[in-house]
Design a binder for this molecule. Structure first.
Ligand SMILES: Cc1ncc(COP(=O)(O)O)c(C=O)c1O
Length: 453
């Protein structure tokens, strides 16, 4: 067992930052001060010169793009100056505001213009899309989800089945890893479930990247298999949008929805995204829960009672959108669009591999013949994960989290005992990753030697 040795090489982390082609982008964000980890109330009045936190929780709430304030203030200004005229004469007129995302939103997830709309929140969008695309019949009524789906998704599918008069206990199939102790599902396990339940399944709806384990499912293979079996395929992309590159249209995904407050850095409760394949977007006969903003804009103000859906994802909008919540999304997506998912993914692969190598080093140094102290439950194959690594620390993840906070690290804890660390490529540095691993190493070292502070 080695103790007291500096992990890895700090100079190497600094050198990787210096060579990082995306290094300038960190300056576009407000990174909270280190006191936000230790004493959040003090952080509210922190001196701007205070050292910044090691912020590894962009998978929960992304950091604020500096341009977000200006974007919101610009809309507040136009409201003050123009009142209702802002709908048509604002600098970004509010009536067609959602169209600002037509191309940036589509590029983000590999869709065609018109297949993506920004509206509502994630769970609401899943419900609206399931109203249209979960079409249970007497023989085909099941919904396949992962057993470790985010609770909101479990509630959504359960209540949808119930609302359609289908017994949820019969309808909802939850995929569990076959082997005791496994955290992630293999693609083969998912394909086998599709084979088994496919003929009676109406909808397969998984999280593109699982929120707990960070596993990125093989979306094209799973989509193709489920479609061959006759199922509709939807993806919850809360942890995938802005994290991994996707080609939703070419993969023939039927629908998807995601939130914008995680990797998309658009602020708490930010307006969510929805994707509907153009095949469905052109289908005016699909059942849906309609509102006036989904109506053809040409006849929207004719105030007639008949609903004429606007073609494309726009036709699923219900209400006129919250402009002050869309403004930060506009500021944020402009950054994504400039950088592009390809460059982000390239850095992300390097950053997460670096974190993994430092944790492996801790495990090597402290294994002592027994199980490794920190288990990485996220897949080791970089193609099967985004930036997040989920860590299981058997000696107590909650306690470890407190020690991380004291050291100025912000990451999070999820039941049963998992610390999620997400080095996001837009603003996390290699040095941040090094600093996080150093705290981990000191904590593990103290636990293993009994020298707890
Ligand atoms: C995978 C996943 N699905 C759904 C949700 C619920 O999102 P919302 O509260 O925006 O509806 C979350 C929230 O974190 C999530 O991570």
């Amino acid at each position: 067992m080695t103790t007291g040795v500096l992990i890895g090489d700090e100079a190497k982390a600094r050198a990787m930052d210096a060579a990082d082609p995306l290094r300038e982008h960190r300056a576009l964000f407000n990174i909270p001060p280190a006191s936000a980890a230790r004493d959040p109330r003090a952080a509210l009045t922190a001196h701007p010169g205070e050292p910044r936190a090691v912020y590894l929780t962009g998978n929960s709430l992304g950091c604020q793009p500096k341009a977000a304030r200006e974007a919101v203030e610009s809309e507040l200004h136009d409201w003050a100056a123009l009142g209702v005229e802002g709908h048509t004469h604002g600098r970004n007129p509010w009536l067609p505001y959602h169209e600002l995302f037509r191309h940036t939103g589509a590029r983000l997830v590999g869709a065609r213009p018109g297949e993506v709309v920004m509206m509502n929140t994630l769970t609401v969008n899943l419900h609206l899309l399931m109203v249209s695309l979960y079409r249970p019949t007497a023989s085909r009524f099941k919904i396949i989800i992962e057993d470790s789906a985010f609770p909101s998704d479990s509630y959504a599918v359960w209540t949808h089945a119930h609302a359609r008069g289908v017994d949820p206990a019969r309808a909802v199939v939850r995929l569990k890893p076959r082997r005791e102790g496994d955290w992630t599902l293999t693609t083969d396990e998912i394909l086998a479930a599709i084979e088994e339940h496919g003929p009676s399944t109406a909808l397969l709806m998984l999280g593109g990247v699982n929120y707990l384990t960070g596993q990125w499912f093989d979306m094209p293979r799973i989509t193709a298999a489920a479609k061959r079996a006759g199922c509709v395929v939807g993806w919850d992309l809360a942890h995938a949008a802005g994290n991994v590159p996707m080609d939703l249209h070419d993969w023939d995904v039927d629908f998807a929805a995601w939130c914008s407050y995680k990797y998309l850095n658009s602020g708490p409760g930010a307006v969510a995204g929805a994707y509907v394949h153009e095949r469905h977007g052109q289908d005016a006969a699909l059942p849906r829960f309609a509102g006036w903003w989904g109506n053809d804009p040409g006849s929207r103000f004719a105030m007639r009672p008949e609903f004429v859906p606007r073609p494309g994802a726009d036709g699923w909008q219900c209400s006129n959108p919250p402009i002050f919540s869309l403004a930060p999304l506009k500021a944020s997506l402009e950054i994504f669009d400039r950088v592009g998912m390809k460059a982000l993914r390239e850095k992300s692969l390097r950053l997460t591999a670096y974190l993994e190598s430092l944790i492996d080093e801790i495990n090597r140094d402290f294994a002592g013949g027994a199980a490794e102290p920190i288990q990485i439950i996220t897949p080791r194959d970089p193609a099967r994960r985004g930036c997040q690594l989920s860590l299981l620390y058997r000696r107590g993840s909650r306690d470890l989290l407190e020690r991380l906070k004291t050291a100025g690290v912000i990451c999070d804890f999820r039941e049963p005992s998992i610390i999620r660390a997400a080095p996001v490529p837009l603003y996390t540095t290699f040095h941040d990753v090094w600093a996080f691993a150093k705290v981990l190493r000191d904590a593990v070292g103290a636990d293993m030697t009994g020298n707890r502070p």
